[in-house]
Design a protein around this ligand. Structure first.
Ligand code: FAD
Length: 459
């Protein structure tokens, strides 16, 4: 890494970050084992040979009439094949259930280490920072292939997607030298202490304060929704250093050692039963001055860059494939039920087809994103449109999946008679978070209205 040089890649747009996204630990990983159930499992259809062939053929024909080249180059295809082959040989078999959260964390840590050793971690990080220096299209292919292989999540996605790029843009050479490598190797896991009880969408309203003390600062306040805090070694944290300055000024961006005296982490249980995120209380926590990123009182600008990485669009490549797999499994299970003589509710079939079409539209949205980024254009306010479109589509997919289960849909996660061990219930419940994390739906709609449609702001 060049001393003092910026080594962030402009292509880095991954947002699978802290804010759950589809990328949160448990719900998005597909369990391989499925319980025997009275209803046919949804879990057998292949993503690539679903019943959508004729519709896809139509799309391809439409694409070719518009003379658009939607093919990947030979190099990109070779990259895909190399990755696919590696994943086939290396994706670990997951236990049907982990005995404890610690076991799950250990399993995911090992997985990230294996990816790292294989050269498949920090793909978009520049080579001089330990990454693979991959371009936009390779990033998209990577996300698609990880979903296709149903690979486990990265344990350190906050570190890789949020912290690393921020340090590359704003960190000192010492900070980069100290912190970047253990992020990739999963030796140090990170979390993000931004949101507070009174500061989520309106993040600049945060009230955690930092008071100068000798060679450092003392932080006091409360954070909430902090994913992975319970097993993180470090955090990125925003705190107010100048209470007299305007709202967006006077905020400083800190690196915080989560083992510091004065930090208390209290897990919060979610509707899925998991406790992925936490309340974090800071009481007079000492942070040395060399752990400030950027200038004191100028943390807001740094935070905006972190959020730009977190809220990018790259995770949507992975999610589109996840949704494709889910819808194909759903269609396949309905086919089997019909073949077995069941009379299917036509309104249910309509919903499944609607989901199928939306997943295809999402694929086209992703191609649009890829084209824009490859041309060096900004993703722009369309990011909000794509995120909101995906949120609604994904929530609809899992609502429809539960509806297709009839009375069995009401069973809870892990119940004996549940279809696929309750995996669909877990995804359904988790999908509710997608209209909150990474910018709520209402906030996305505001952006679409004001920045894309030029509508006047509401009261
Ligand atoms: C799964 C998950 C993981 C997360 N992980 C982290 C993490 O690791 N670290 C972290 O710092 N944060 C994390 N978050 C927090 C997340 O960023 C916030 O939940 C999000 O920013 C919304 O803030 P809030 O919950 O305080 O809701 P609020 O901002 O209080 O919003 C409450 C309601 O008011 C609406 N609203 C707010 N402002 C407007 C407006 N201007 N116009 C119209 N409606 C509005 C919202 O849409 C919402 O319906 C996570 C959230 C989730 C769901």
């Amino acid at each position: 890494m060049p001393p003092g040089g910026r080594c962030v890649s402009d292509e880095l747009r991954t947002r699978s970050g802290a804010h759950g996204s589809a990328s949160s630990l448990r719900p998005v990983r597909r369990r391989r084992a499925s319980a025997l159930a009275p209803l046919p499992s949804f879990a057998s259809a292949e993503a690539s040979d679903g019943p959508a062939a004729s519709f896809l053929a139509l799309l391809v024909e439409f694409d070719s009439k518009k003379s658009m080249d939607l093919n990947f180059t030979a190099d990109q295809e070779a990259f895909r094949t190399r990755l696919r082959t590696w994943l086939e040989a290396n994706v670990p078999a997951e236990p049907a259930a982990f005995t404890s959260y610690d076991d799950e964390v250990a399993f995911l840590t090992q997985w990230q280490r294996r990816l790292h050793a294989g050269g498949w971690c920090g793909l978009s990080w520049p080579r001089e920072c330990g990454g693979a220096g991959a371009g936009v299209v390779e990033q998209a292919i990577y996300n698609e292939e990880m979903a296709r292989a149903q690979a486990p999540e990265l344990i350190n996605k906050v570190g890789i997607n949020n912290v690393g790029p921020t340090l590359m843009m704003h960190g000192t050479p010492e900070q980069r030298r100290r912190f970047l490598a253990p992020i990739l190797s999963a030796d140090e896991i990170w979390c993000q202490l931004f949101s507070e009880p009174g500061a989520g969408s309106d993040l600049a309203g945060l009230r955690t304060r930092a008071v100068s003390d000798g060679d450092g600062f003392r932080l006091t306040g409360q954070k909430v929704w902090t994913s992975y805090a319970q097993f993180s070694q470090f955090a990125i944290c925003l705190a107010r250093t100048n209470p007299d300055a305007a709202k967006h000024k006077g905020i400083t961006y800190f690196l915080v050692d989560m083992q510091s005296p004065g930090i208390e982490v209290r897990p919060l249980r979610q509707i899925t039963g998991d406790a992925e995120f936490n309340e974090v209380f800071l009481e007079d926590v000492y942070v040395p001055r060399e752990y400030v990123i950027g200038a004191v009182d100028r943390g807001w600008e740094v935070a905006m860059d972190t959020l730009a990485h977190e809220r990018g669009t790259n995770y949507l490549f992975k999610e589109q494939v996840n949704n494709r797999i889910a819808v194909d499994r759903l269609i396949e299970s309905l086919r089997r039920r019909r073949a077995a003589g069941e009379q299917l509710d036509p309104t249910l079939v309509d919903e499944v087809m609607r989901a199928h079409i939306q997943v295809e539209i999402m694929r086209l949205h992703n191609l649009d994103t890829m084209t824009r980024l490859q041309r060096g254009e900004e993703a722009g306010p369309e990011t909000s449109l794509k995120k909101e479109f995906w949120t609604q589509l994904a929530q609809h997919v899992y609502e429809t999946a539960l509806r297709a289960q009839g009375a069995f849909g009401a069973l809870g996660i892990g119940e004996e008679l549940g279809v696929d061990g309750g995996r669909w219930q877990r995804s359904f419940l988790y999908s509710r978070s997608w209209s909150i994390s990474g910018g709520t739906s209402e906030v996305q709609l505001n952006i679409i209205a004001s920045r894309m449609l030029g509508l006047p702001r509401g009261q």
